[in-house]
Design a protein around this ligand. Structure first.
Ligand SMILES: Cc1cc2nc3c(=O)[nH]c(=O)nc-3n(C[C@H](O)[C@H](O)[C@H](O)COP(=O)(O)OP(=O)(O)OC[C@H]3O[C@@H](n4cnc5c(N)ncnc54)[C@H](O)[C@@H]3O)c2cc1C
Length: 427
């Protein structure tokens, strides 16, 4: 590996975008990636279920202002919202029209209350402070808004950050998988795989990365590894990061969302049309309730989700716990028919909590810490050391689009730093 102008640590969405932007500006780049593949937390398994299955990122959210959307034209994006319909069960029966209307109204009231509270809320308010309590659908709304969508409990999240990072339609699915689509951007980039950066020295005129791969020196570095790892001290920074940067990483922990894919054994599709969202009413926000999307694109698999504390619990119990929960949830809904419909077929489950290069799914801000995203994204040492990644995006946090854009921002800061150094050099 030749010493480059700009070193990029991590080949997920942020790292790929940063490397592309730096190369487009005519700079030499080296990407060091710990895994044996690009994409990071966006990863498609195209083989196991006989159809693409995203184990991580799935949708291009907010497609009208997602920086990846204009690049996705050739990937035949599919507007999921155009076919979205859901089946919400109460015990084993579908919710009635009146119950569904009450559910929708609880949702709308929750958001209205949060927005109204924003101006007067204490600086360390969490979304949970304004969650409704006592109604039939309150726990279900909290369950969706917290553990399922944000991968953490509402009480763990800052109110302002929660509202600032709300995502809207359109939500695009890519038939080939979002992970496959993103991996395509690695083509032609100088990426060293299996290169775990263990130490980053940034006290001298440049930046030096060290690990079992050896040593790479660069004039500037863009670090895109998840905040869970930065907060845990991996890699080691020498000198240590400024307190406010380290604190920002600590204030942006990753919640957990895991996915499971279960394939049908025969023709039985459990009476569910393709793309049906299957969920149930819950009694508590933290309930280990799984939700599913049935037979996406008409494929013969179900896509299941488990988030928040229940996901961490299953992840501690071991690799088969998520599958067991998913099968139990479907048996609860459809009885023995579910067991027969899904028997003996290959399955897939993600394990982001135990993944040594993720340690979680995506970030949220702790109560009172909404500013941490901007702090983490501030270039250090005049742009010689920049952080990027989903956690650094104040609007599209927790998404591939946010990670991508933050990578481009960090590349701009690193490029400016190089230009500044060159201006100061004697002719
Ligand atoms: C289950 C799940 C569902 C999701 N759903 C969606 C969704 O539908 N839509 C959406 O937009 N987002 C979704 N996300 C979030 C999305 O995947 C992330 O926000 C995004 O991929 C993060 O990109 P990143 O570049 O910031 O980080 P990463 O993708 O984590 O990239 C960082 C890279 O750094 C590498 N690395 C770590 N440590 C080192 C080291 N020491 N040395 C070298 N390399 C290192 C890692 O291997 C990784 O490749 C989901 C995530 C999960 C887990």
């Amino acid at each position: 590996m030749a010493d480059p102008d700009i070193l990029v640590v991590g080949a997920g969405a942020a790292g790929l975008a940063a490397a592309r932007a730096a190369m487009a500006a005519g700079r030499s780049v080296q990407v060091l990636e710990a895994r044996g593949r690009p994409g990071g937390r966006a990863w498609t398994d195209a083989a196991t279920l006989g159809a693409p299955f995203d184990l991580g990122a799935t949708w291009l959210h907010q497609a009208h202002d997602n920086p990846l959307a204009p690049l996705a034209g050739g990937a035949a994006p599919f507007d999921h919202d155009a076919v979205r319909h859901s089946l919400c069960l109460i015990a084993r029966r579908p919710a009635s029209e009146a119950e569904t209307a009450a559910y929708d109204a609880t949702y709308a009231a929750f958001h209205a209350r949060l927005r109204a509270a924003l101006a007067d809320a204490p600086p360390d308010a969490s979304a949970a402070d304004f969650a409704p309590r006592g109604g039939a659908w309150d726990a279900t709304v909290a369950h969706w808004e917290g553990p399922v969508i944000c991968a953490a409990r509402l009480a763990e999240m800052d109110l302002r950050d929660f509202l600032d990072t709300q995502l809207d339609a359109p939500n695009w699915l890519l038939p080939q998988g979002l992970g496959s689509f993103l991996s395509g951007f690695a083509a032609g980039l100088p990426i060293a795989y299996g290169a775990v950066v263990e130490r980053l020295r940034w006290g001298g005129p440049g930046v030096v990365a060290e690990g079992a791969f050896g040593r790479v020196a660069a004039r500037a570095a863009i670090v895109t590894i998840p905040t869970s790892l930065i907060a845990a001290g991996a890699p080691r920074f020498d000198p240590p990061l400024p307190h406010r940067t380290g604190q920002a990483a600590h204030d942006l922990p990753l919640g957990l969302l895991n996915k499971v894919g279960l394939r049908a054994a025969g023709e039985d599709r459990l009476g569910l049309a393709p793309f049906t969202g299957l969920e149930r009413r819950v009694e508590t926000e933290d309930e280990a309730a799984m939700s599913f999307i049935a037979w996406p694109f008409g494929h013969d698999h179900l896509m299941g989700f488990l988030g928040g504390p229940a996901a961490w619990e299953a992840s501690r119990e071991g690799p088969r716990a998520l599958e067991a929960l998913a099968r139990a949830e479907l048996r609860h809904a459809f009885g023995a028919r579910a067991g027969a419909a899904l028997a003996g077929m290959p399955m897939l489950a993600s394990d982001w909590g135990n993944d040594p290069f993720a340690r979680g799914a995506y970030s949220h801000a702790r109560p009172g810490r909404a500013s941490a995203r901007r702090v983490l994204g501030e270039p250090l040492a005049g742009g010689r050391l920049c952080f990027a990644g989903e956690a650094c995006h104040p609007r599209l946090a927790a998404t591939v689009g946010g990670a991508w854009e933050s990578g481009e921002w960090a590349a701009r800061a690193a490029l400016d730093s190089l230009e500044g150094m060159e201006r100061e050099m004697p002719a």
